[in-house]
Every structure is written in structure tokens, then in C-alpha cells.
Design a protein around this ligand. Structure first.
Ligand SMILES: *Cc1c(COP(=O)(O)O)cnc(C)c1O
Length: 356
């Protein structure tokens, strides 16, 4: 097996001359800036937003790099993880020709983004215990398979995927292996980003939307070789991360103590929620979770979901998803929210079992 990035890349992207922004052509900070057609008088906002932000987010990458022990040249920042997913399709997958492999049940955006880009998705379901069927995945690879998406901890099942299986995919596949670690901060597993140097075909994604509590700011990280990061930088919209996001995130990232405290609290609430769910006789199964949500199997899940909505409690109905029949996905809320959820669930399930 030999990974050849140039061979994987779509030829027109390799040949592409990227847009060169004003902030690309002159990177100094001092001077009279008459190069970007900005408003030199000021901004209609109280805070000054009249200057374009750093297109490569260097300060932010330096800070994230320190936190995550990854070099800034190995980091791409996107407007949410979804931007990185879309750019990967555009860089590596030829519409109508190439395909990627996903392992349902998993995060829905891989398939949607593939569809938008006219890329076929081959589906190799996870096992009934939500583990990778390595042999089947590798057997599904053909000469047009460009990317394999792995999500760990997996959404919506919540489990962390066997590391051994992930290593097997990494070493036996010539294309790109994307490991989506959106929920890594809730897990006791180390990030694969610490092993970037061993796997030139690996791209690790993380996000500030979950444990960090910054979903509204839209910031997703991708870690990979500097060659892969270079390709993403080449095709991204020039100013893809707003100045407000860059500045707010830069300040927020210092609050690592708060992050740790919140994660601890969420994990405590998760344990309580598991116990409470397991005490309800109608609940058939609560799946192991290394994330901030639980997958639970209940009778007539879709109807239970609807009844919960009538009580103004909104969970995610996953019952139509392969391997998740009759399952609801429940995000761990705060203590009071979880209490109200459990109370409502008990009522809905009892009423329901009596009448059906
Ligand atoms: C929530 C989530 C994301 C995060 O996406 P953002 O666009 O960064 O908010 C990515 N992957 C998975 C599996 C998720 O569940």
C-alpha cells in the first residue's frame, strides 16, 4: 500500500491557481491599508468590524496548536466541521465517478455532502454492537474509493470505535481516512491527531460546537499533513472564519478550567440519566456512550418521540435509521432538564404500554 496524495487529488485542483486576497499579498500589520476597499472611516457597529479578518487565522491556530499539541501548519479551520467535509469532496472526489465509504448508523452530513457533490456513498453498516466490520469495509474499496469516514465516538450510537479497527483501516487503505472526533472531549481516548506523523492519509476532525459550548460561533478543526492542509487552504473561501469568531474563540480557549468543569458535570449528569433510564421497566436498552448523548431503545419510539414533543421535550427520533430501530437519541441536559425528561418519558411510556 502506498499513499500518493497527488494521485488522489483531482487534476484540476492540482492545477488551480487560487484566489489571492489583499491579505494574502501583503501580510504586514502596520501601514495605511488602501488595498481591500474596506471602509476606512469606521463601522456601523459599536465594535470595529471594518477590516477583513486574517484569512489563515494564524493566532487562533497557534493557540489551538498549543492546546492540542499539533503544529499550526497541520491545522485547517472551517466554518463548522461541515465546511471541511465539503472541501474534502471537492478536492478529492470527481462528481459522478468517485465514491466514499460510510458506516451507518453515523453522522448524516457525510452522505448529504457527498450527495451535494454528486459523489456516491458506499454503505458498510457497523456491527450490531456498532463496531467497524473491517473486512467488509476493505472489501468494499474499489479504484474510485477516495475517502473512508469514521466517527468516534460515533453519532448516533455514542460508543467509541475500537482503535485497532481504525489502525487497520489506516494501514490498509490508500485513500484518505477521515476520523471525526466531534465528541472526543467527553471520551477517555486520546485523539488520533497525536499520531498525524505516522499516517499521511489521515485527517482528524474536531469541533468547538459540543464540549466547548461554542456551537453558535461555527468553528471546526481539521488536522492532517501540511500537504493536505495546503490543499484545503487553496480551495477554501478566502475569509471563511469571521473576525468576530476568531477573536471570541481566541479569548474563550483560555478557559480550559471551565471546559473541564463543564465536561465533568455533563458526565455526572449522564451517569444519573443512565441510571434513571435503566430503572424504567419499559426502556429496553441504553447503549454505552463515550459522548454527551445516549441512545436508548423504547417500544414505539416514534410515537414516544411525538408524545414527548407535546410535553415540550425534544429528543432525536433515530428509529428509522438502520441498526437504531426503536431508538431515541437523548442529549444530556442539565439536572433539571433531565429530571423533567425522565418524568415525561415515564408518563408517556406507561400510558402508551397500557393503551397498546
Ligand atoms: C455535531 C457534530 C459535528 C459538528 O459539526 P459543526 O459543523 O462543527 O458544528 C461534526 N461531526 C459530528 C459527528 C457531530 O455529531
Amino acid at each position: 500500500m502506498a499513499f500518493d496524495l497527488q494521485k488522489l487529488l483531482r487534476p484540476h485542483i492540482a492545477a488551480l491557481k487560487p484566489y489571492s486576497s489583499a491579505r494574502d499579498e501583503y501580510t504586514g500589520k502596520e501601514g495605511i491599508f488602501l488595498d481591500a476597499n474596506e471602509n476606512a472611516i469606521g463601522s456601523v457597529s459599536e465594535q470595529a468590524f471594518n477590516r477583513y479578518p486574517d484569512p489563515y487565522q494564524s493566532e487562533l491556530k497557534k493557540k489551538i496548536g498549543e492546546l492540542k499539541q499539533v503544529l499550526p501548519t497541520n491545522i485547517f479551520l472551517g466554518n463548522g466541521s461541515d465546511e471541511a467535509i465539503d472541501l474534502l469532496f471537492r478536492a478529492f472526489c470527481r462528481p459522478g465517478l468517485d465514491n466514499v465509504i460510510i458506516m451507518p448508523p453515523t453522522y448524516g452530513m457525510y452522505e448529504v455532502s457527498a450527495g451535494i457533490n454528486d459523489i456516491a456513498t458506499k454503505k458498510v453498516p457497523l456491527s450490531t454492537s456498532f463496531e467497524i466490520e473491517v473486512g467488509e469495509v476493505l472489501a468494499a474499496v474499489d479504484e474510485c474509493t477516495k475517502i473512508i469516514f469514521i466517527c468516534s465516538p460515533n453519532n448516533p450510537s455514542g460508543n467509541k470505535i475500537s482503535r485497532q479497527s481504525i489502525y487497520q483501516i489506516l494501514t490498509n487503505f490508500d485513500g484518505l481516512v477521515v476520523i471525526d472526533e466531534a465528541y472526543i472531549d467527553f471520551s477517555d481516548e486520546p485523539s488520533f491527531s497525536l499520531e498525524l506523523n505516522h499516517y499521511p492519509n489521515m485527517l482528524v476532525m474536531q469541533t468547538l460546537s459540543k464540549a466547548w459550548g461554542l456551537a453558535a460561533l461555527r468553528l471546526g478543526m481539521a488536522y492532517a499533513s501540511k500537504e493536505i492542509i495546503g490543499i484545503l487552504n487553496k480551495i477554501k473561501p478566502p475569509y471563511n472564519i469571521s473576525g468576530l469568531t476568531q477573536e471570541t474563540v481566541l479569548n474563550a480557549l483560555s478557559n480550559t478550567k471551565l471546559l473541564e468543569d463543564m465536561v465533568k458535570e455533563i458526565l455526572v449528569q449522564k451517569e444519573k440519566l443512565i441510571l434513571a433510564l435503566e430503572e424504567i421497566p419499559e426502556v429496553e436498552k441504553v447503549y454505552p456512550s463515550a459522548a454527551n448523548f445516549l441512545l436508548a431503545k423504547v417500544p414505539h419510539a416514534s410515537q414516544v418521540y411525538q408524545k414527548l414533543i407535546e410535553e415540550k421535550i425534544i429528543v432525536r427520533d433515530r428509529s428509522k435509521v438502520q441498526r437504531c430501530e426503536d431508538c431515541l437519541r437523548i442529549t444530556v441536559g442539565n439536572e433539571e432538564e433531565n429530571k423533567q425528561f425522565i418524568q415525561a418519558l415515564k408518563e408517556v411510556l406507561q400510558v402508551h404500554t397500557k393503551t397498546t
